[in-house]
Design a protein around this ligand. Structure first.
Ligand SMILES: NC(=O)C1=CN([C@@H]2O[C@H](COP(=O)(O)OP(=O)(O)OC[C@H]3O[C@@H](n4cnc5c(N)ncnc54)[C@H](O)[C@@H]3O)[C@@H](O)[C@H]2O)C=CC1
Ligand SMILES: N[C@@H](CC=O)C(=O)O
Ligand code: NA
Length: 440
């Protein structure tokens, strides 16, 4: 059979890795795919660098539209990142009847509904395994391996950069800026690293997984997004003393509020019991825990960022497309796991309606009655306490920290209790609130 022809848009970390792995493993890949997969052209901003990077073996063009409009090319691989230009290129490739592979979670979380509808109408595939948790085949697992299940929830460490930062800060005592620079040098970070640090990248990935898990449209604009930039080292230490690790988690969960179905879609620092496997995922590694009604809990672990781990997922998609290119479009796995006419629109819940447990830290005057005032506020709000930690004031100090771990409650109740605590004259500054998940 004649080779399937690929055009690569972008020869950066992932594009370069894809080129290398395709070349190194070409024979293994051909034996699996049934045909050779051949990169015939790449598009790059820096033509000389791209020529050197690809060893002068393929055509290098400046204008990515030349690849998208090239009738010789069967599959366009979009690895430039960003929203607008990537959207334009992907939609044009689809219009031209080409299959698309992309690692661009930002693009799919924001423009996915439009892109998948266009691909469906044209009968082409848009594959995106690399967009979520890099090399871990989580899209394949959710879409195919777990297809018998009603998925109840999933929770994952799905940003390598922030997990790397949290691990290195804790283990080596390095400062935030130093570790971020290392993550950038290692090719983990996004072009704009605030996407990593502020939780946006993880929210893009959680949004994509929520669509596949529950058969709902991608709705990034409704996700709750909180990163690690406001996380305090003291809370990481107190969490450890209480038997927890703090991780940036992406969570998508079915919920019922007043009898009505909803979906929680949220990214935030989270206390997880230290004994859970996922709490021990360190460095740039990712892990996704999925709870299905039939299978129970399953855990997927591996490299979530970096050139070759991500290339591994890009190439898995290329092989899938190569195998299915001649299949009737109706007989392919739907882009978002559910048939397009069987999608539902369960509401994404506002954070005030979310139910979880909480870590609350406050700095208080060390005097009689303070603890009673605080516990009364929690009791009045219907919040029960699971554990408490009260530190001895340092020598000569009259103030100290108190930490409460609560049982599950709705966020709106915690917020109103915090407002009352902060109004007490004995409580200094603001109360730190970090969500806690038992993940069981
Ligand atoms: N780096 C990683 O570990 C992972 C990255 N991704 C995603 O993969 C995509 C690529 O990421 P990286 O390779 O890390 O980025 P990168 O910045 O290393 O590479 C992007 C390349 O595209 C080029 N480019 C930008 N605009 C272009 C244009 N108009 N025409 C031709 N080339 C253009 C840039 O010059 C650069 O060489 C992004 O969507 C990213 O979110 C996904 C999973 C992991
Ligand atoms: N910047 C991302 C790259 C992979 O998606 C991360 O750090 O996880
Ligand atoms: Na993946």
């Amino acid at each position: 059979m004649k080779p399937i022809k690929v055009g690569l848009l972008g020869v950066g970390n992932v594009g370069g890795g894809t080129f290398d792995v395709l070349e190194r493993n070409q024979e293994e890949i051909r034996r699996r795919a049934g045909r050779s997969i051949e990169v015939v052209a790449v598009s790059a901003r820096n033509l000389e660098r791209a020529k050197t990077r690809t060893g002068g073996k393929v055509a290098v063009v400046a204008n990515p539209m030349d690849i998208v409009n090239n009738p010789e090319i069967d599959i366009v691989v979009e690895l430039i990142g960003g929203y607008d230009q990537a959207r334009e290129l992907v939609l044009k490739a689809i219009e031209n009847g080409k299959h698309v592979v992309t690692a661009n979670k930002a693009l799919l979380a924001v423009h996915g509904n439009e892109i998948f509808a266009a691909a469906q109408a044209k009968g082409v595939m848009v594959a995106f395994e690399a967009a979520v948790a890099g090399g871990i085949p989580i899209i394949k697992a959710l879409r195919e391996g777990l297809t018998a299940n009603r998925i109840d929830w999933l929770a994952g460490i799905i940003n390598g950069t922030t997990n790397f930062i949290l691990s290195e800060m804790r283990d080596k005592g390095l400062d935030f800026a130093t570790v971020l620079k290392q993550a950038q040098e290692l090719g983990y970070a996004e072009a704009d690293p605030t996407f990593d640090i502020e939780g946006v990248d993880a929210a893009h990935k959680a949004t994509i997984m929520s669509a596949i898990a529950f058969g709902i449209p991608v709705q990034f604009d409704k996700a709750h997004v909180e990163g690690i930039s406001k996380l305090n080292a003291v809370d990481i230490r107190y969490a450890e003393q209480l038997g927890y690790r703090i991780k940036l988690l992406g969570i998508a969960k079915r919920a019922k509020v007043n009898g009505k179905e909803g979906v929680e879609l949220r990214v935030h620092p989270t206390l997880i019991p230290s004994k859970r496997l996922i709490a021990n995922v360190e460095g740039a590694m990712n892990a996704v825990l999925v709870q299905g009604d039939a299978v129970g809990a399953t855990l997927y672990y591996g490299k979530g960022a970096g050139a070759e781990p991500t290339a591994s997922a890009v190439i898995a998609d290329l092989v899938d497309i190569t195998r299915l290119a001649t299949a009737d479009p109706e007989h392919r796995v739907p882009h978002l796991a559910f048939q397009p006419n069987a999608m539902t629109n369960i509401e994404i819940l506002p954070m005030s309606e979310v139910t979880t447990s909480y870590y609350l830290r406050m700095n208080v005057k060390d005097e009689p009655g303070v603890l009673a005032d605080l516990t009364r506020i929690l009791a009045d709000a219907g919040i029960s306490i699971d554990a408490m930690l009260q530190k001895e004031p340092a020598d000569g100090e009259t103030r100290t920290d108190i930490i409460f771990l609560t049982h599950q409650t709705q966020e709106k109740h915690v917020n109103s209790a915090i407002a009352k605590m902060e109004a007490l004259s004995t409580v200094g500054g603001s109360v730190t609130k970090i969500r806690l998940e038992n993940l069981s």
